[in-house]
Each structure stands twice: as C-alpha cells, then as structure tokens.
Design a protein around this ligand. Structure first.
Ligand code: SF4
Length: 169
C-alpha cells in the first residue's frame, strides 16, 4: 500500500505532570485489550511510557495528567496547547488539582516547613489545575480515572477529530 493510501491516523500525545501517574497505568492496562485497535487508529507522537523516541509536534489529541506545580511545567503545557487540536485533562490532579495540590491547604507553619523545597524546585506558590493554565476541551475525573469514562471520552474525541477531517474535504 502506498503511503498516501494508508488510512490517516489520529495523532496522540500523552503527558504527565505533578502526580503519581496512576492514570498512565490505567491507560497501559487498557492496552491489553485495545492495542491492536489503537495501533491502527493512533500515531503516538509523544508517550514516554510506551516508547523511547518521542516528538513534540502537531497532535490531534493531547491527554494530560497531573497538576501544575511549577512555571516550567506551565510553559510546557502552554506549548502542548498550541500544538494540540483537543486537550483532555486526565484524572483528579489535572481536573481539580487534588490530591497533588495538598500544599495549597497547608497552614502558615506547614508552608514554612516545605518552603525550602518549593524554592529549590522553583515551584509556584499555589499548585494549579490544568484549566487554570490553558483551555481544556474535555475532562476525565477520578483518582485514578474511571476506565470506561476514559474510553468514552477517547471515542468522543476521535469522532470529533474525524468529523473535522471530513469538513476539510
Ligand atoms: S489523580 Fe490520583 S491517581 Fe491520578 S495521578 Fe493524581 S493522585 Fe495519582
């Protein structure tokens, strides 16, 4: 089959910020049943859990888990937003900030105890949820995320992307 005859794949990015990456584990568990379908459907541009060679370029859908703890993370997220048609916030940390944003609730005394760490890692005063930094198109809540809700969101995002391709013709 010639290159131009191959079905167009949906370009995907999977990114993790301040979190325990349990949503990544849920996603890789789902691959046990979905890998054949997703291998045909997706072009994984960036997914460090799945491959060594990753590129940060145009994506149809970027999945982002984790809260935003520092300005370098916020910058990277703004860059991802510019490159992605749709951005999906994955898991409670990305959707609400919690539980990764627990230090936002610390007393003044507790804040003093962790101040040296906040300074050492150049963290923000407050840990942010994803929508504090960029526009988010869809959210999959849960800690970790609910697998079925994730799959439904993937289906809906893919349908949206494919509909946009049809309108390009
Ligand atoms: S939402 Fe919960 S499970 Fe997911 S990364 Fe955050 S702490 Fe971990």
């Amino acid at each position: 089959m010639n290159e131009q005859d191959k079905p167009r794949k949906v370009r995907i990015g999977w990114f993790s910020f301040a979190c325990c990456e349990d949503n990544t584990i849920v996603m890789t568990e789902l691959l046990n049943e979905r890998w054949q379908e997703w291998r045909e459907l997706f072009d994984f541009r960036h997914a460090r859990v799945l491959q060594t060679n990753n590129v940060l370029d145009q994506m149809d859908i970027a999945f982002i888990e984790g809260a935003v703890a520092g300005e370098p993370q916020a910058e990277k997220i703004r860059e991802i937003r510019k490159l992605a048609t749709l951005v999906v916030a994955i898991g409670s940390c990305a959707v609400t900030g919690m539980p990764s944003a627990q230090r936002n609730l610390f007393s003044d005394e507790q804040k003093q105890d962790v101040e040296f760490l906040v300074e050492r890692f150049g963290h923000l005063d407050q840990v942010l949820k994803l929508s504090d930094v960029i526009k988010v198109d869809a959210e999959v809540p849960g800690c970790p995320m609910d697998p079925q809700r994730f799959l439904d969101t993937v289906d809906s995002a893919v349908a949206q992307i494919k509909a946009s391709w049809s309108s390009e013709k």
